[in-house]
Design a binder for this molecule. Structure first.
Ligand code: FAD
Length: 421
């Protein structure tokens, strides 16, 4: 089968087989149960932002595109408030504004400061953090709503044709670095040789995400519509669609390379998880339900232990080294990525937009962890309150769910191999 990939994953030191085994046996089952926890299943997102690039983007009217936001009483109280105080945007700096105990924990703040000085400090902290971000975060948007991810799974929605192509084309054409002289919107893999490592990484990450989304579309395909109004139809894997999207014959030889990019992205995000593990091991995963929160803490530590012991992690330390050129490249990388995060507001299908936004935010969080340098050299013994970084709950939720999506794609790819062998 064309999906039977072999050999080393490009720009990594690890084989496809190694990742398959590690993921399918160790990571996938753990993530699957972790992501059912309340902390991870509710994601706050703004699906009503205007597309900043063009006006007449088609809103898909298909019923499978629809996302049902949570009702007020469906979201665990602890995600919105703690000790009776509203959690503003879920930002820990903000959270500590009116809570003396947590204030002390920050350590770096002199608690005798005037209210104005404290507020200035918090604003600057938020500003500094925003400089590190690869995505535009929506936690403070009035139009943001909680969505239950388990009730709105990523699957076939019917979003395709020119509208979907336009989005992918814009992402590749306008926001990915181009190999010398290449003007087509979609990059041929042999053109990657003329790109530098950072540019290749960027392209592979986007292509890996594209491959992952399309695998989910093929695995959870609408096989038969139901004639009953409230029934959901019949869902399952669609082999023809999978072949059409990934076989060498229908993709000018590129399909298998796109599948390899999925593995690349998986390793990149996994490395970010490893790097953030001292921080995440201390996280409360607060939802207001003590026993659930405790279970979540145990489950995440178990997952992180396995991730930390994986011997073939992606090496990001060879990227952005050197002086002025590297700083400029990093700025460009960030700007391109922020543009892609804005393009998500132009996706005309709500469900695709939800998962597109979540996965772009997850990737953005991974890039922030890998490249903002605030996570460098962090150990469990460090007092994280002394460190000047923050991850919002939404970033943690997006990162873990994104890795969950990639992990599921790799697992599902194995099922396709089994069927097509
Ligand atoms: P497309 O996937 O639209 O690809 C367009 C072109 O891009 C291809 O012709 C090929 O030249 C190139 N290409 C394809 N794959 C890759 C790759 N991995 N790397 C590099 N180049 C590639 N549909 C759903 O049913 N459910 C969803 O949840 C969903 N979510 C989406 C989220 C986003 C952000 C976007 C933009 C689209 C989403 N879609 C979703 C639509 C889906 O991704 C496809 O666009 C659609 O199924 C049509 O597929 P296609 O085979 O025509 O090619």
């Amino acid at each position: 089968c064309f999906c039977q990939l072999q050999g080393q994953i490009d720009d990594c030191t690890c084989n496809v087989d190694t990742v398959d085994h590690f993921n399918n046996v160790k990571i996938y089952p753990r993530l699957r149960s972790l992501l059912q926890k309340d902390y991870f299943r509710f994601f706050k997102v703004n699906l009503f932002k205007k597309c900043p690039f063009w006006q007449d983007y088609n809103q898909c009217g298909i019923k499978y595109c629809h996302v049902e936001p949570c009702k007020e009483n469906e979201v665990p109280k602890g995600l919105k408030e703690k000790d009776g105080k509203k959690i503003h945007g879920e930002n820990k700096y903000m959270k500590s504004i009116d809570c003396d105990n947590e204030f002390n924990e920050l350590g770096v703040i002199n608690t005798t400061l005037s209210d104005q000085a404290v507020e200035d400090f918090l604003l600057w902290s938020a500003y500094d953090d925003a400089q590190d971000n690869f995505c535009l975060l929506e936690d403070f948007d009035d139009d943001s709503n909680y969505v239950d991810l388990l009730l709105n799974p990523e699957r076939y929605t019917g979003y395709k044709g020119d509208a979907a192509h336009h989005i992918w084309q814009t992402i590749y054409r306008e926001n990915c670095f181009r190999p010398n002289g290449q003007i087509n919107s979609y990059i041929q893999s042999n053109g990657l040789n003329s790109m530098c490592l950072e540019e290749r990484v960027f392209y592979r990450a986007i292509s890996g995400l594209h491959a992952s989304i399309n695998i989910h579309v093929c695995v959870k395909y609408l096989l038969r519509e139901s004639s009953f109004k409230n029934s959901n139809g019949e869902w399952g894997p669609n082999l023809d669609e999978f072949r059409k999207k990934f076989s060498p014959e229908t993709t000018n030889g590129e399909g298998p390379n796109w599948l390899r990019n999925l593995y690349f992205l998986y390793l990149l995000e996994l490395k970010a998880l490893k790097k953030a593990s001292p921080y995440l091991e201390k996280e409360e995963f607060y939802t207001g339900n003590d026993s659930e929160d405790w279970d979540t803490q145990l489950a995440i530590r178990d997952l992180l232990n396995i991730v930390k012991n994986f011997p073939h992690h992606f090496d990001e330390t060879t990227m952005f080294i050197g002086h002025n050129q590297a700083i400029k490249l990093k700025q460009e990388f960030k700007q391109h990525f922020r543009n892609i995060s804005s393009i998500m507001d132009c996706v005309g299908c709500e469900k695709c937009k939800l998962w597109g936004k979540l996965q772009i935010q997850g990737l953005g969080t991974a890039l922030k962890i890998l490249f903002s340098r605030k996570f460098d050299g962090l150990t469990l013994e460090d007092d994280s309150s002394e460190k000047s970084f923050q991850l919002l709950r939404s970033e943690i939720v997006a990162l873990l769910n994104s890795i969950g999506r990639l992990s599921t794609s790799i697992y599902e790819l194995d099922e396709f191999r089994f069927i097509l062998r």
